[in-house]
Design a binder for this molecule. Structure first.
Ligand code: UD1
Length: 418
């Protein structure tokens, strides 16, 4: 298992280019199961989670061709199975995204129930409840969700809690249902909107894209289109936070500034100078950060996927701040590891009280989940001496060539086989 070794102290300077969004690529590739012609995707990020969903589509019988520069063609016109096996689902919860499309197009699906994961119980009850409301018969047997529905029926469904993949699953399923489906309190994340726009180009009739009420008029077939995956706002935000943390001056290119507004606002509150262009964001910081309270929220609020990275700025701030996690329970796995580097953080329930310290010291630390590991890499960029971040496979699930991109900005970082 590889690890990342960092020597802290270098300012990040220069330019980096953001990759395609993992959380957009996963549902879009799953949506290929709905199409009666091949789908073509460009700007697909080269990440472990993307490999997993491609493998999953391969398992059910789709033909997937990964071309140059991660152009991906998915031909799911002749599949031979509707089963997503435990071996793949256990490595990536987002595998649940094939449930809606398989059921809508083939009338049945068997998807392994995802297990618990490091950042809370993360149930899929809303996915199932929504599909049941559309007339599906669902049983859980031998660890598998077994769903059947000759033809899904349009319905009105209210999400008790806004769910990103839940909204995506039901939106995909509803495109081929009979009649109209209304999804209330739907997730508004840009990745949900990107999926909706792609589905409409495939022939779906979805209105309300980008709002919390989606109205989906079912159609009888969807065709194939070419779609460019939107830039990854969390990757962009992570590098923006890294630039500020190292008191650097870096520009993130190929981004959508409109998608990171809440992060920009926080970085400014912390003292960074942020300049926005059409598709770039420049972050410059000269001083120690000012403390800023953080509270995660569904989009357009502050993303839970940025909580760990922004917390590191508070760790080094001149003062104290509270970080409140409202989206997931138990998403503070990075706290123990940051403490090993000298951070002063106290946890009470879903809140972390961070008392800023002047410096962190390098230490061997362990990645526990994707964004937690990103925060440890960030801390390593500023800690005195050497840090090593182990279990780096978590990072590879969501960040493309992180060590190369950081090194290009001047960080002292390398990957070594453990
Ligand atoms: C997606 C993102 C993930 C991000 C998260 C929140 C993908 C592939 N992953 O995850 O990176 O951190 O959104 O922005 O897009 N919930 C239920 N029942 C359900 C579904 C969800 O109670 O059936 C709860 C969850 O436990 C959580 C909250 O709803 O507390 C939001 O989760 P959700 O939006 O579903 O997260 P994911 O779609 O899994």
């Amino acid at each position: 298992m590889d690890k990342i070794i960092l020597r802290g102290g270098n300012r990040l300077e220069g330019e980096m280019r953001v990759s395609g969004a993992k959380n957009a690529a996963l549902p879009l590739i799953a949506a290929s199961l709905l199409a009666e012609d091949p789908m073509h995707f460009t700007n697909v990020p080269h990440l472990q989670d993307v490999t997993t969903i491609i493998e999953l589509l391969g398992q059910v019988g789709a033909r997937v061709i990964v071309g140059e520069r991660m152009k991906v063609e998915v031909d799911a016109t002749a599949i031979h199975s509707v089963r997503a096996p435990y071996e793949l689902v256990k490595t990536m919860r987002a595998s649940i995204l094939v449930l809606g499309p398989l059921l809508a197009r083939y009338g049945e699906a068997e998807v392994s129930l995802p297990g618990g994961c490091a950042i809370g119980t993360r149930p899929v009850n809303l996915h199932l409840k929504g599909l049941e409301a559309m007339g599906a018969e669902i049983r859980v047997e031998e660890g598998y969700i077994k769903a059947r529905a000759p033809r899904l029926q349009g319905t009105r469904f209210f999400f008790d809690q806004a769910s990103v993949t839940g909204t995506e699953n039901l939106m995909m399923a509803a495109t081929l249902a009979e009649g109209t489906t209304v999804l209330e309190n739907a997730a508004r994340e840009p990745e949900v909107a990107d999926l909706g726009e792609c589905l409409n180009r495939m022939g779906a009739r979805i209105s309300g894209i980008g709002t919390d009420e989606l109205v989906i008029e079912g159609v009888s077939r969807l065709g194939g289109v070419e779609h460019r995956i939107l830039p990854d706002r969390i990757e962009a935000g992570t590098y923006m936070a890294a630039a500020a943390l190292t008191r650097g001056d870096a520009t993130v290119k190929g981004a959508r500034p409109g998608h990171v507004e809440s992060v920009v606002e926080k970085l400014r509150e912390m003292g960074a100078e942020v300049t926005l262009g059409g598709d770039w964001i420049r972050v410059r910081m000269d001083d120690r950060p000012s403390p800023a309270n953080l509270r995660t929220q569904p989009y357009p609020g502050l993303p839970t996927d940025m909580q760990a990275q922004l917390m590191v700025l508070n760790v080094l701030a001149h003062g104290s701040a509270t970080v409140t996690e409202t989206v997931f329970e138990n998403r503070f796995m990075h706290v123990q590891e940051l403490r090993r580097m000298g951070a002063e953080i106290e946890l009470t329930g879903n809140a972390a009280m961070v008392r800023g310290v002047e410096r962190l010291t390098g230490a061997p630390v362990m990645a526990t989940d994707l964004r937690a590991s990103a925060s440890l890499v960030l801390a390593g960029l500023v800690a005195e001496g050497e840090s090593s971040v182990e279990r780096i496979y978590h990072i590879d699930r969501g960040y493309e060539r992180i060590e190369e991109k950081l090194a290009l900005l001047g960080a002292d970082v390398r990957r070594v086989p453990a």
